[in-house]
Design a protein around this ligand. Structure first.
Ligand SMILES: C[S@@+](CC[C@H](N)C(=O)[O-])C[C@H]1O[C@@H](n2cnc3c(N)ncnc32)[C@H](O)[C@@H]1O
Length: 483
């Protein structure tokens, strides 16, 4: 009788704690949890509640401790394994999270949430086929779950099956028409694969369905602009700005459309959003565009006295290293140690897999140059300064970080006259429609000299091809004078 009573009370307490956590009141939930822990014997339910309370209090380490204790007491509880996988993922312990998610699936073959989590982690570890299998099962078990739909589409895209990804997102949108994230994922998928007409159609469908989302309109503007419909693009961007006036991604695209005045550099949040989303396809895309900048950097370096004499040149810093193309083209030269840095964690993950960098850092290059006091003998920025308009600060920061005699090699896109023959930005720099800045050669020369550099080379080059047309730019080789 006593036991029955305790159980009934424990159930009521458990429901109450859950409700308090849902209402974002973890402090009160903590008091009830203590009462429950006194009243009822240890159980997986209590462990899970303790984890949720710790998470609600913003204490992931405490949550992890609760989970470690709970799992050692109830090693066969799949839910605790899944919770620990989620907490470990939140703490960036991806290997631990993968192991726990796999264990959770083994312990409970009917838990779609565990399968979905395992699928996402496998995808991150580039085990695309295994990820697909898990996510297919999760989505089949819970077809109405929009998150599973998005994960599955991501795995299908990574597997190269774009039609399947498109169909998955279309089915998901049909069953959850108010889910803006699904609609945006479908529009982005179309944009990533240069299907700008399809992207506009999907964005228009979203608009007709009553979606009022800054990102949807921003993407619509991007697709329209890529089709050359600049007036319509400007209208879509203006709409996006109304809906998300502070969104850095939207603001940058809107500035690129000429609706807002340009900032002197692209915002870090914008860069992260763009390159995290681009990392997976970056290399195949750039190879398809005939991307030449890393090769041009290598050719310029072949003139360096250390390299001509077969001496080691280092330490060297690859600013905005992305997925590590520069490290690949320099890998047979005595450039070492080579350190890479980038704002995008996803780009860095791809770079890390190459194992060519002595160190990799996730940082904005301006902060890094300010905080890292090492003197560098070589600094490279391949296709990175197009995300800066005004160059004075970045050139001064690089100059200050180079040792005397050090070289700075970088590329820029050339500022060209518009269709009326007018060179924008007074011929100095201007933000282009794709969100990158272009620069005038005289401006670059002046800024380099003003920062204290000697110009060893500043040559016009084709950087890549877009829509079968060459993209004009420069490769600059600057030296911080030895005296
Ligand atoms: C077009 S990619 C070029 C990547 C690489 N350098 C290459 O040549 O393949 C530009 C890279 O610069 C990074 N980037 C742009 N601005 C940056 C900044 N302020 N700080 C750090 N990384 C930046 C982006 O995240 C992206 O990975």
């Amino acid at each position: 009788m006593e036991q029955l009573h305790a159980t009934a009370d424990a159930d009521a307490l458990s429901a109450r704690i859950s409700a308090l956590l849902d209402a974002n009141r973890p402090a009160v939930a903590r008091q009830l949890l203590s009462a429950m822990q006194r009243l009822a014997p240890p159980s997986p339910v209590i462990s899970e509640l303790a984890v949720r309370v710790a998470v609600g209090e913003g204490r992931p380490e405490q949550a992890l401790e609760e989970l470690d204790a709970g799992i050692s007491q109830f090693p066969d509880c799949a839910a605790l394994r899944r919770s620990r996988a989620e907490i470990r993922l939140g703490m960036d312990d991806r290997i631990g999270a993968l192991a726990d998610a796999a264990e959770a699936v083994v312990l409970d073959r009917n838990d779609p949430a565990a399968k979905a989590l395992l699928g996402v982690l496998l995808l991150e570890h580039r085990r695309t086929k295994d990820a697909l299998a898990c996510l297919n099962e999760a989505a089949a078990a819970d077809p109405a779950n929009p998150a599973y739909c998005q994960y599955l589409a991501a795995a299908q895209e990574a597997d190269g099956d774009i039609d399947a990804a498109r169909a998955t997102l279309a089915t998901g949108t049909a069953s959850a028409p108010t889910r803006v994230d699904l609609r945006n994922a479908a529009i982005l998928l179309a944009i990533r694969h240069s299907d700008f007409v399809g992207a506009c159609r999907l964005a228009e469908e979203a608009r007709v369905a009553g979606v009022a989302d800054a990102c949807t309109f921003g993407l619509m503007g991007h697709a329209l602009s890529s089709l050359g419909h600049h007036t319509d693009a400007a209208n879509a961007y203006a709409e996006a700005l109304k809906l998300g006036p502070e969104d850095p991604y939207v603001r940058h695209l809107v500035a690129a459309a000429g609706i807002l005045p340009s900032e002197p550099r692209a915002p870090v949040d914008y860069l992260r959003a763009v390159f995290d989303g681009y990392a997976e396809r970056f290399e195949t895309h750039l190879i398809a565009l005939g991307y030449r900048v890393p090769g041009l950097v290598r050719a310029a370096l072949a003139q360096h006295p250390c390299i001509t004499q077969g001496e080691r040149l280092g330490p060297a810093l690859d600013l905005g290293c992305g997925t590590g193309f520069v490290a690949v083209v320099l890998s047979d030269l005595p450039v070492a140690p080579l350190v890479g840095l980038d704002v995008s964690s996803r780009m860095l993950e791809v770079a890390a897999a190459k194992q060519l960098y002595a160190e990799l850092h996730q940082a904005d290059l301006m902060s890094f140059l300010k905080e890292d006091t090492r003197p560098w003998r070589l600094i490279v920025a391949a296709d990175v300064l197009p995300y800066f308009g005004a160059l004075a600060d970045v050139l001064a920061a690089v100059h200050g970080s180079l040792e005397p005699g050090g070289w700075f090699i970088f590329s820029l896109e050339e500022l060209l006259p518009d269709h009326q023959g007018v060179v924008p930005g007074g011929g100095e720099w201007a933000l282009q429609r794709q969100g990158r800045y272009a620069h005038g050669i005289d401006y670059v020369t002046g800024a380099a000299c003003h920062a204290g550099f000697v110009i060893r080379g500043l040559q016009r080059q084709t950087l890549r091809h877009e829509a079968d047309a060459p993209v004009a730019g420069f490769l600059a080789v600057l030296e911080r004078p030895a005296t």
